[in-house]
Design a protein around this ligand. Structure first.
Ligand SMILES: Nc1ncnc2c1ncn2[C@@H]1O[C@H](COP(=O)(O)OP(=O)(O)OP(=O)(O)O)[C@@H](O)[C@H]1O
Length: 258
């Protein structure tokens, strides 16, 4: 779907590329077989696969938090934003102070921090909650604060590890729409790990289906719907067909013995 993405139209930008990466942990656990992944600016690639197949390991390698046992991280943008399933907010800090945290750690001057945090909170629709503490927010709102914290730091690539996993269907669909809009506004490579095949199909340009551990890519499926995608797409037979195809590949991949 590269030809339909905003970045492709504007000539690219930073890429994220992993070539043949595998991971065997020190205790001998083979987590990841050879995985090759290339994501251009403005592309969102989703990774689906059975529990424990190495999806988080793959993201950690892409982020430079973990060294691969073999293979290489060919290109990784310098500033990578990592969004975890748990929003991990500091309860004693206000929403704004949480959003400022990464910038504070980088030594960004106070006035600039304020300004960027304010803009990020507006982007995720939480400007009026800047002075609240996380405890006063719903789960979906906390996740939006976490997203705002990452965006305010203005990373060149986004890695999202099941960021909406703990939320109800409607909230996660809303946040998915927000994520799509944010990527369209500022194209950068994004990789989303999700357990929801429908979420992967709706948000992504490409979906990678992984086998059981040690995970390898059993299918690379380009999603044939142009961006921006309307919510009504989810209710169409064409979309249901893509989801059914992905689900079939996922189940066949789970059954394969590596
Ligand atoms: N630091 C570690 N040391 C040893 N084994 C690990 C370590 N981290 C992860 N593993 C193992 O590697 C395998 C892959 O884990 P990983 O968290 O990457 O999978 P996942 O696909 O993200 O799982 P889930 O979907 O359940 O979150 C699992 O068997 C896990 O127990």
């Amino acid at each position: 779907m590269t030809e339909r993405t905003p970045a492709a139209e504007s000539g690219g930008g930073p890429r994220l590329e992993l070539a043949g990466v595998s991971k065997v942990y020190d205790d001998g656990t083979a987590a990841l077989a050879e995985v090759t992944l290339g994501v251009g600016g403005g592309e969102l690639v989703s990774v689906v696969g059975p529990s424990g197949c190495g999806k988080s390991t793959l993201l950690r390698i892409a982020a430079g938090l973990e060294a691969p046992t073999s293979g290489t991280v060919r290109h990784a943008p310098e500033r990578i934003g990592y969004v975890f399933q748990d929003p991990a907010l500091l309860p004693w800090r206000t929403v704004r102070a949480n959003v400022e945290l990464l910038m504070e750690l980088r030594g960004t001057p106070r006035a600039e921090r304020r300004e960027r945090a304010g803009r990020a909170l507006e982007l995720v629709g939480l400007a009026e909650f800047a002075r609240h503490r996380p405890g006063a927010l719903s789960g979906g709102m906390r996740m939006r604060v976490s997203l705002a914290r990452t965006l305010a730091d203005d990373p060149d690539a986004l890695l999202l590890d099941e960021p909406f996993g703990a939320l109800d269907e409607i909230t996660r669909a809303g946040l998915g729409d927000e994520l799509a809009a944010l990527l369209a506004a500022r194209p950068r490579p994004a990789v989303l790990v999700t357990h929801s095949v429908a979420e992967a199909a709706f948000l992504s340009s490409t979906v990678l289906v992984m086998s059981a551990r040690p995970g390898r890519v059993v299918a690379r499926v380009e999603i044939p719907f142009p961006f921006p995608r309307e919510r009504s797409l989810r209710a169409t037979p064409e979309f249901a067909e893509v989801v059914a195809d992905l689900t079939g590949r996922l189940y066949r991949g789970m059954a394969e013995v590596a």
